[in-house]
Design a protein around this ligand. Structure first.
Ligand SMILES: [Zn+2]
Length: 427
């Protein structure tokens, strides 16, 4: 006769999980079409410190673990916290006047010509302190958390001069320390050519390579470039990103958003961690990404908000084996939303993704798109205990219910950090 092993100690046992989707699996991003996700009914999660100790059926975990504390998920759905891998978080000001002008038929170019668009935000950001930038961004992070996001990428790119770009990245660092959401900083100084350099593009490009990218390296893990016909050409983008790579940045690229420019091919060629937008990417770009390790980050909120006819070729990317992630593109002009659940709905309705592919895109693959696939995006022993309880009967239900947040409670690094009224963790 053998005696069962003695239960191990853990800090917390979260039980009464109606349905648990761990997205456990191989370490790399997920590729290929996906219709179903394994789910565990009547599940539990054991947590020690910031990390997951075990996941599985409640009965098995009750037998194997002796928790210091317990919490009930009340029969709710539990998923890994969402990772939002593309946001322009640190800005000040608002541009609702442009929303109305667009509704009256004005184009982006017309609005830009009268000082609107990115230019308007740049004027406001240049006048703002680090503290003002952080204060403006903080409620956005609160809304992200309340919509199930526990890690987000945050780009600079509205300063368009060294000092203001640095203040944006300092605000990101300040918020990363002060707010439960983990932030991944990206230098997007190459977002646009600033007004005062309009007749000296070459000078701005030189300044970016010689001064701005080196000076901001300590403040940002990734470097991103807006590669578009009217902003930075493919050759200019290659020069910028090669310089960034030599400085030790990971690479990202705003690619083929408005016109096919070969941005996807460039991202693949340079080994970028992600190629983002891709609304106009053609077959050659899809093939190049499929042969690379680059994650395609699709932003269906942007095409929705700008009422664009072109949508990213999600089905062709998935069929070719490109890992696809989803992001809000949170910014004041072309996608003003913090809601990843809304993005999941748009990915299903407008990009033709399945609910399973959309969920993978917001968790596992999104984590890989910001270089965090090793420690989040899945619920497995050893990974961060970033998990969200949803007022939903099943994972398939989530994208079918849009425009509201169904989040009941959010756990970040093993601690309860947000709850709707009535779902607070009992003291
Ligand atoms: Zn963007």
């Amino acid at each position: 006769m053998t005696t069962p092993p003695a239960p191990q100690a853990c800090d917390l046992l979260l039980t009464d999980i109606g349905q648990l989707v761990t997205l456990a699996g191989p370490p790399g991003p997920r590729r290929g079409p996906l219709d179903d996700l394994p789910a565990i009914a009547d599940a539990a999660v054991a947590i020690t410190g910031e990390r997951i100790a075990a996941v599985g059926p409640r009965a098995a975990l009750e037998a194997a673990w002796r928790p210091a504390r317990r919490a009930s998920a009340g029969g709710r759905l539990v998923l890994p916290g969402f990772v939002d891998p593309h946001t322009h978080l640190p800005w000040v000001g608002s541009r609702e006047d442009e929303f109305a002008r667009k509704l009256r038929g004005e184009t982006y170019a017309q609005i830009a010509a009268t000082g609107g668009g990115i230019r308007a935000t740049t004027r406001a950001v240049r006048a703002a302190s680090v503290e003002q930038l952080a204060a403006a961004a903080r409620p956005r992070l609160d809304r992200m958390l309340a919509h199930g996001t526990t890690t987000a990428e945050a780009k600079s790119g509205y300063g368009l001069e060294l000092a203001a770009e640095r203040r944006q990245l300092e605000a990101v660092a300040l918020l990363d320390r002060a707010h439960p959401i983990d932030l991944v900083a990206t230098n997007l100084a190459a977002h646009e050519v600033p007004d005062e350099r309009r007749h000296d593009r070459a000078g701005w490009l030189r300044a970016l390579i010689d001064e701005v990218l080196p000076a901001l390296r300590p403040h940002a893990e990734f470097c991103d470039v807006f590669c578009e016909a009217h902003v930075f050409s493919t050759d200019e983008s290659r020069a910028l990103l090669e310089a960034a790579r030599a400085l030790g940045y990971g690479l990202k690229l705003h690619a083929d958003e408005l016109e096919p420019t070969g941005g996807a091919e460039l991202a693949a060629e340079l080994g970028a961690v992600s190629a983002d937008h891709l609304a106009c990417t053609g077959p050659a770009g899809v093939e190049a990404l499929a042969r690379s390790g680059t994650v395609a980050v699709l932003l269906p909120g942007t095409s929705f908000y700008l009422r664009l006819r072109e949508h990213a070729p999600a089905r062709r990317l998935i069929a070719a084996g490109v890992p696809v992630a989803l992001a809000t593109d949170l910014n004041p002009g072309s996608s003003l939303t913090e809601s990843m659940p809304m993005i999941l709905t748009l990915a299903c309705l407008n990009l033709g993704m399945t609910p399973a592919e959309a969920l993978v895109g917001a968790t596992v693959n999104a984590a890989h798109a910001v270089g965090r696939g090793h420690d989040r995006g899945r619920l497995e022993p050893g990974l961060l205990a970033d998990l969200v309880e949803w007022d939903a009967p099943s994972w398939r239900y989530l994208p079918s219910h849009f425009g509201v947040s169904l989040v009941a409670r959010v756990w970040k690094r093993g601690r309860p950090v947000w709850a709707r009224s009535g779902a607070e963790v009992p003291a």
